[in-house]
Design a protein around this ligand. Structure first.
Ligand SMILES: [Zn+2]
Length: 268
């Protein structure tokens, strides 16, 4: 199967035009014409992930976070991290394709997966895209019945398979209307409060954002950047397996099962 065909399958659900203008989705390394027999899906293209892809004989990596970050590449020095990574990828003829904010927004992408895992029903778009207002970043919806914030937070620990979440008790004790944004969604706290959400779930919340939530009377659950996004790896792999089966192709899709959150917890 051509790399280009796999790219087309992803762009079918996550068109590149949906990405934010600062973002850098698409083919990061490789050639659309190259042949693909085994795909590895991951969140981040780390050196251990590339090592694993080499061991498993994968010839294409699909990641959520782009390899070439938003400031661009000024050099390819193989004594530095990115150069080393690109050298390993090219040596083993592994293509890398990334779907980032376009996959956040996509139907069936990061936010839809997160909304389902957090038990939301009647799911709707949360923050409409500027150029494509019918598409949205984040999701908003309702729990089947209201629940104590702390109990809901524990449920989220279980469903996202994370040891802990941080909460900010800025709103009422019981929650039912939920807004969420996978990854780093601290910018949308006011929007969540404005929409009347009882709780807003995201990752990477800063101190002054927590303070803002207290002032605006909304609860927060910071479930972490990794835990809110990693579930998309399995979902995207399953989507690709289904689509590849439809095309009657013998391409295997494996998932990154070695990556963990960079943060770990130490209690006193
Ligand atoms: Zn992210």
């Amino acid at each position: 199967m051509k790399c280009q065909t796999v790219m087309g399958l992803i762009e079918k659900i996550a068109p590149k035009k949906l990405a934010e203008n600062w973002d850098n989705p698409g083919l990061q390394v490789g050639n659309p014409e190259q042949q693909v027999k085994k795909i590895m899906v991951c969140l981040d293209v780390s050196l251990p992930v590339v090592q694993k892809a080499i061991e498993k004989g994968a010839d294409m990596i699909i990641s959520h976070h782009p390899v070439v970050m938003f400031k661009g590449l000024m050099s390819i020095r193989t004594d530095a991290w990115v150069g080393k990574l690109i050298q390993a990828l090219l040596t083993h003829n592994i293509a890398v394709y990334s779907a980032h904010t376009n996959l956040d927004i996509a139907q069936g992408g990061c936010n839809d997966i997160l909304a389902r895992m957090c038990g939301l029903e009647n799911i709707d778009g949360f923050v409409p895209c500027q150029d494509y207002p019918e598409e949205s970043m984040g999701r908003i919806g309702y729990l089947s019945q209201e629940i104590l914030l702390e109990d809901y937070a524990k449920n989220i620990c279980h469903s996202l398979e994370t040891d802990c979440v941080r909460i900010v008790k800025g709103g009422r004790d019981m929650v039912k209307k939920v807004a969420l944004c996978s990854g780093a969604g601290g910018d949308f706290i006011s929007k969540a409060a404005f929409c009347g959400a009882d709780v807003y779930i995201t990752g990477d919340i800063k101190y002054h954002e927590a303070q803002q939530a207290m002032r605006q009377g909304i609860n927060l659950i910071d479930a972490g950047h990794f835990a809110t996004e990693f579930p998309v790896v399995r979902a995207l792999a399953e989507y690709l397996r289904t689509e590849i089966r439809k095309l009657d192709q013998a391409v295997e899709v494996i998932e990154d099962d070695i990556s963990k959150d960079y943060f770990s917890i130490v209690l006193k």
